[in-house]
Structures are given as structure tokens and as C-alpha cells.
Design a protein. Structure first.
Length: 338
């Protein structure tokens, strides 16, 4: 008796699936795309969106930085004039550019450090709390993070208002002897916090810190949830202190998270504009950072959009260099660990 071909092939009465044939280049028959090309095809829509929303405007800004652009050029009554590197030479010879660069770097260094430290501390605290209290605090933190920058700046401007601000009112409640010992003065009525660049940047740091650290805290909390609890149990059995546990267990495992958060914080704090514009205004030139300097050159009359574009390009290059160095260091560190 001859055996059924169906049973002989598959056993159990089911025919075996036909083998897929591949071309010598690894492409399946009937498929119009090589396998190695599929990931790039899937990324193509996102790349096109990014190119349309980010890369093309960036290219336009670079071209504008080499041109003389004012109201006649914007209105179309006069063609744009190609001036080469004149815009860059003009800003580098301007003392206000170096003042703005100093303000930008110092502000970013202080704010990024405080944001990461405070956000990490709050993230560790959230991990220690119960589920209900942790969720309540997370909702409150994210509500502060979700406040638009303009609204946050208006709130802090009102708090430090010279005539109707709560800060001056609260400082006047401090006993005169204690106020003199701590601050060297007892009467805070009419204190103009928003006139001096130093006090303006102190308020700006508080404003940005208040709105930024919740994102850091929630991101650190998410990273902490991924760390096995057995590692902390072992550290506790070995008699490790909380600081030693953080330094030897938590921080090394969260290094990739901290690296990403550091890069994001640097980019955000270097580009602060709306808050500083509301707190300092366009006339207090000693309080300019690079973003406000570029905005002032591009839109304050008479508008010099080519010069503003040149400042924006310099700021972008600074951020690219910082990001490249940081990412390269992070990759080297991960390679050494592996």
C-alpha cells in the first residue's frame, strides 16, 4: 500500500508549509524590497516630517545669516542682499554678544545643576512614598511642569513685583532685627527686583527650576522602578549607607537616564526666551541672553533679521558642540563598562 503524500510530508494529515525561496541577494520572491531596506522605509515618514518642520527652517536661517534682511526685504520692495560673513563679524565685535553669551552659559550651568539635583532628590522621595501619596504628588508636579512658560513667567513677575508682590510683603513681616542680620535691611517696600540683572537671573532660575524639575523627578522615578529591589536588599544587608547605595548602585544604573536628562536640560536652558523677555523686558540689555539678543536684533526696530539669524546659528552650533561632547563621553563610558 502506498503512503499518502500528505501524511508522508507532514504527518498528522496536514501538509507542510512550502519553503520560501530567496534570491541570491537575500530578497524573498514576491517581495519588491530587500530586507535591509525595510527599516529605512519605515523611518522615512518620520524623517520627512522632521525635515519639513526642523531641518528646512534651519537651512533657511543659515541662508538668512549671510544676508541683509530688513523691512524692505520682508515687504518685497527690495531684494535680499548677500553680505557674506558681515553679520557674524558684526555680532562678534559687539560687546553685548559676549555679555549675552556669559549670561547664557552661567545661567544654564547653575539651572541645569539645580534642576538635576532637585529633580533627583524628589524622584528618590517619590519612590519611598506610598502609592496614593506618590500619585498625588506626581499629579501636582506634572501640573506645574505643564504650565506654559509665559504663564509661569507672569506668575513669578507678580510674586516679585515692587509694589504689589508677595515677596516684598513677606519680607516686611520678618522682624527688623532678624532682617537686618540676614539681609542688611529691614524695609523691603518698593524693592525693584526686576531692574538689576543679578536679581532678574535669580528670579529666572527660580522660575525655570520650578517648571523643570518635575520632569526630571518623574523620569528618575521611572528609572528607579527598573532597578531590581534585590540590589538594594543586598546593599542594606552589607550595611551600606543611603548615600553609598546611591553612589554605587543607583547612579551607575541610571547613568543613561541622567545623560539624556542632562542634554535635554542644557538645550532647554540655553534657549530660554519667553520667561526672560517677560521678566526683564527688551530694554534691559545687560540682562540679555543669546536667545533674547537674537530676538531683539531680528524684531526690534529697525529689524535686522540677518544679524538675528547669525546669533541663532551661533547658539545652535554651541549646543551641537556641547551635545556632541556629552554624547561622545557617554558612549566612551558605556564602552568602558562593557
Amino acid at each position: 500500500m502506498t503512503q499518502s503524500p500528505t501524511i508522508a510530508r507532514g504527518g498528522g494529515g496536514k501538509p507542510s508549509a512550502p519553503a520560501r525561496h530567496r534570491t541570491p541577494h537575500g530578497r524573498q520572491k514576491g517581495s519588491g524590497m530587500p530586507p535591509w531596506l525595510i527599516p529605512y522605509a519605515l523611518l522615512l515618514p518620520g524623517i520627512l516630517v522632521i525635515a519639513g518642520l526642523l531641518l528646512w527652517p534651519l537651512v533657511q536661517v543659515v541662508f538668512m545669516s549671510f544676508q541683509k534682511l530688513g523691512l524692505p526685504q520682508v515687504r518685497g520692495t527690495r531684494p535680499a542682499e548677500w553680505v557674506g560673513f558681515d553679520n557674524y563679524q558684526r555680532i562678534f565685535e559687539n560687546d553685548l554678544f559676549w555679555t549675552s553669551l556669559r549670561n547664557t552659559v552661567v545661567f544654564a550651568a547653575v539651572t541645569v545643576t539645580l534642576t538635576l539635583v532637585l529633580g533627583t532628590a524628589v524622584g528618590l522621595l517619590l519612590q519611598k512614598l506610598g502609592k496614593v501619596m506618590s500619585k498625588v504628588l506626581i499629579v501636582g508636579l506634572m501640573a506645574a511642569w505643564a504650565v506654559p512658560p509665559v504663564s509661569a513667567a507672569i506668575i513669578w513677575r507678580w510674586l516679585f513685583d515692587a509694589d504689589a508682590g508677595i515677596i516684598n510683603w513677606a519680607l516686611n513681616l520678618v522682624p527688623d532685627g532678624l532682617s537686618n542680620a540676614l539681609f542688611g535691611r529691614a524695609d523691603w517696600t518698593g524693592q525693584p527686583w526686576l531692574n538689576d540683572p543679578v536679581s532678574i537671573y535669580m528670579i529666572l532660575i527660580l522660575c525655570v527650576l520650578w517648571a523643570s524639575f518635575p520632569f526630571i523627578a518623574v523620569s528618575v522615578l521611572a528609572g528607579l522602578k527598573s532597578i531590581p529591589s534585590e540590589l538594594y536588599e543586598a546593599a542594606r544587608v552589607d550595611g551600606s549607607t543611603p548615600w553609598h547605595t546611591f553612589r554605587k548602585v543607583t547612579f551607575p544604573l541610571l547613568k543613561p537616564v541622567f545623560a539624556v536628562l542632562t542634554i535635554l536640560s542644557i538645550i532647554w536652558d540655553f534657549k530660554v526666551l519667553a520667561q526672560l523677555l517677560i521678566l526683564a523686558g527688551p530694554t534691559n540689555r545687560e540682562a540679555y541672553n543669546l536667545s533674547l539678543f537674537a530676538w531683539s536684533e531680528a524684531f526690534n526696530p529697525p529689524p535686522k533679521m540677518g544679524t538675528g539669524a547669525a546669533i541663532a546659528v551661533v547658539l545652535t552650533l554651541i549646543l551641537l558642540v556641547i551635545t556632541f561632547i556629552h554624547v561622545r563621553q557617554m558612549v566612551r563610558t558605556e564602552g568602558d563598562i562593557k
